[in-house]
Design a protein around this ligand. Structure first.
Ligand SMILES: *[C@@H]1O[C@H](CO)[C@@H](O)[C@H](O)[C@H]1NC(C)=O
Ligand SMILES: *[C@@H]1O[C@H](CO)[C@@H](O)[C@H](O)[C@H]1NC(C)=O
Ligand SMILES: *[C@@H]1O[C@H](CO)[C@@H](O)[C@H](O)[C@H]1NC(C)=O
Ligand SMILES: *[C@@H]1O[C@H](CO)[C@@H](O)[C@H](O)[C@H]1NC(C)=O
Ligand SMILES: *[C@@H]1O[C@H](CO)[C@@H](O)[C@H](O)[C@H]1NC(C)=O
Length: 324
C-alpha cells in the first residue's frame, strides 16, 4: 500500500516531474545606454518592455556603472573606459542569472554600442550571441558634437576635453575623448597622437602594431553583429562610423569597412564574421537615436528570438515517417 508515502517523497515529486526549460527560452538581453542617459531611465525601460513583448520571458539587464542613476549618468562622461569595461565584465560574470546563461544578446545605443563591443572583445563571459548597435561610433568621432542641444553639463565637459584631447588626465577621465579619432586628412592615416594616447578606441580596434588576437577571436565568435546608422544623424560625426567606415571630413567621401585595412587584414575578426554572413550594415530613418518602436520590434524578432523548437520539429518528422 502506498497511502503512507512519507511527506518528503511527495514534496520531491513535483521537481522530479518538472519539465526541463524548453530550448525556445529567449536569451537574456543586455542593454547599454548612451551618453547622458542612465540605466533606470523610463525611455530605456520602454525599449526593454518592447523586447519582452516581442520575446516573452526575456530577462533584460540594463548595464550600469553605479546603482545610483545620477552617478550612472555621470559615468557616461566621466571615467576611465578601461576600468569601466572591466567593472561591467565583473558585474556580468558574477550576476546570478547572467553568469549561468548559455549566452546573451546585446543592444547598444550610441557610445554604449562600442562599449558592448569592448566587452565582447575583452571579456565575453557570458558570451554575446547577437550584438546590435544603433548610432554607435565604432570608428570613433572626428568632432565633439555628441551632446544633446540642451545638455549643458555634457557641453561643459566637451569644452574641457577639446582643450587637451591627448593628455593623460583627459584620456583617463573624459569618456568621449577615449573614442575620439584624429586622422591626417591627406593620408587618411590615424595621427601619431591618437595611436599613442587613445585609451580606448585605438586599443579596441587593434590599430597598434601589437594586435590582441583574443579581440578578433571573440568578435568573430558572434552569430550576428548588426550595425544601424541613423540616416540623418548630425550628432555622431561622421555617422558612417556606425558601420566602421572612414569618412574624409573635408570631401565627405566614405570608405566602406570592406575597403579598409582593419577589415582586409582582419585586425578584429570582422572579415571572418562577414564571411560567415554575420555582419549586417543597416540604416534607419531619423536623427541620432530617433528610435522607432517598429524598427526595434523588428530587431527583437529578427535577431533576438529564440530558435524554433528543433526537437519538436524532429519529433513531428519522425512521427510522419512512422505513419508512412
Ligand atoms: C588581450 O586581451 C585579453 C582580453 O582582454 C587579455 O587577457 C590579454 O592580456 C591581452 N593580450 C595582450 C597581449 O595584451
Ligand atoms: C586607465 O585605467 C587603467 C587601468 O586602471 C590604467 O592602467 C590607465 O593608466 C588609466 N589611464 C589611461 C589614460 O590609460
Ligand atoms: C599629414 O601627412 C602628410 C604626408 O605625410 C604630412 O606632410 C602632413 O604634415 C600631415 N599633416 C598633419 C596635420 O599631421
Ligand atoms: C580628403 O579630401 C580632401 C579634399 O577633397 C583631399 O584633398 C584628400 O586627399 C582626401 N584624403 C584622402 C585620404 O583621401
Ligand atoms: C571598394 O573600392 C573599390 C575601388 O575603389 C570600389 O569599386 C568598391 O565599390 C569599394 N567597395 C565598397 C564595399 O565600397
Amino acid at each position: 500500500m502506498l497511502y503512507f508515502l512519507p511527506l518528503s517523497t511527495l514534496l520531491l515529486l513535483p521537481s522530479i516531474l518538472a519539465i526541463p526549460t524548453p530550448p525556445s527560452e529567449p536569451l537574456p538581453l543586455l542593454i547599454w545606454h548612451g551618453l547622458g542617459d542612465n540605466y533606470a531611465a523610463d525611455g530605456l525601460h520602454s525599449v526593454g518592455d518592447l523586447a519582452v513583448e516581442a520575446n516573452p520571458g526575456t530577462f533584460v539587464y540594463y548595464i550600469r556603472l553605479d546603482e545610483n542613476p545620477d552617478s550612472d549618468k555621470s559615468a557616461t562622461f566621466l571615467g576611465n573606459l578601461t576600468e569601466q569595461i572591466a567593472q561591467v565584465c565583473e558585474d556580468l560574470a558574477s550576476h546570478p542569472i547572467l553568469s549561468i546563461a548559455p549566452g546573451v544578446n546585446a543592444l547598444g545605443f550610441s557610445q554604449g554600442g562600442q562599449f558592448l563591443r569592448g566587452y565582447v572583445e575583452r571579456c565575453n563571459i557570458p558570451p554575446v550571441k547577437n550584438l546590435v548597435t544603433f548610432g554607435s561610433q565604432h570608428n570613433g568621432i572626428a568632432k565633439y558634437q555628441i551632446c544633446g542641444a540642451t545638455d549643458w553639463l555634457c557641453k561643459a565637459y566637451i569644452g574641457l576635453l577639446k582643450a587637451n584631447t591627448w593628455g593623460h588626465w583627459v584620456q583617463s577621465h573624459l569618456v568621449p575623448a577615449q573614442y575620439f579619432k584624429a586622422t591626417n586628412e591627406t593620408t587618411g592615416e590615424p595621427t601619431k597622437d591618437y595611436l599613442e594616447n587613445s585609451n580606448f578606441l585605438a586599443d579596441i580596434n587593434n590599430e597598434r602594431e601589437l594586435k590582441n588576437t583574443t579581440y578578433a577571436k571573440n568578435l568573430a565568435s558572434l552569430n550576428k553583429f548588426v550595425m544601424y546608422v541613423f540616416e540623418d544623424d548630425t550628432t555622431a560625426i561622421p555617422k558612417e562610423s556606425g558601420w566602421f567606415a572612414y569618412t574624409n571630413i573635408t570631401s565627405g567621401e566614405v570608405t566602406h569597412l570592406r575597403n579598409r585595412t582593419i577589415y582586409k587584414e582582419d585586425w578584429i575578426g570582422l572579415k571572418q564574421l562577414d564571411e560567415k554572413g554575420g555582419l549586417e550594415f543597416k540604416t534607419t530613418e531619423g536623427g541620432h537615436m530617433q528610435l522607432d518602436d517598429e524598427v526595434l520590434t523588428d530587431v527583437f524578432k529578427t535577431y533576438f528570438s529564440p530558435p524554433e523548437e528543433v526537437s519538436n520539429q524532429l519529433a513531428n518528422n519522425e512521427q510522419e515517417l512512422l505513419e508512412l
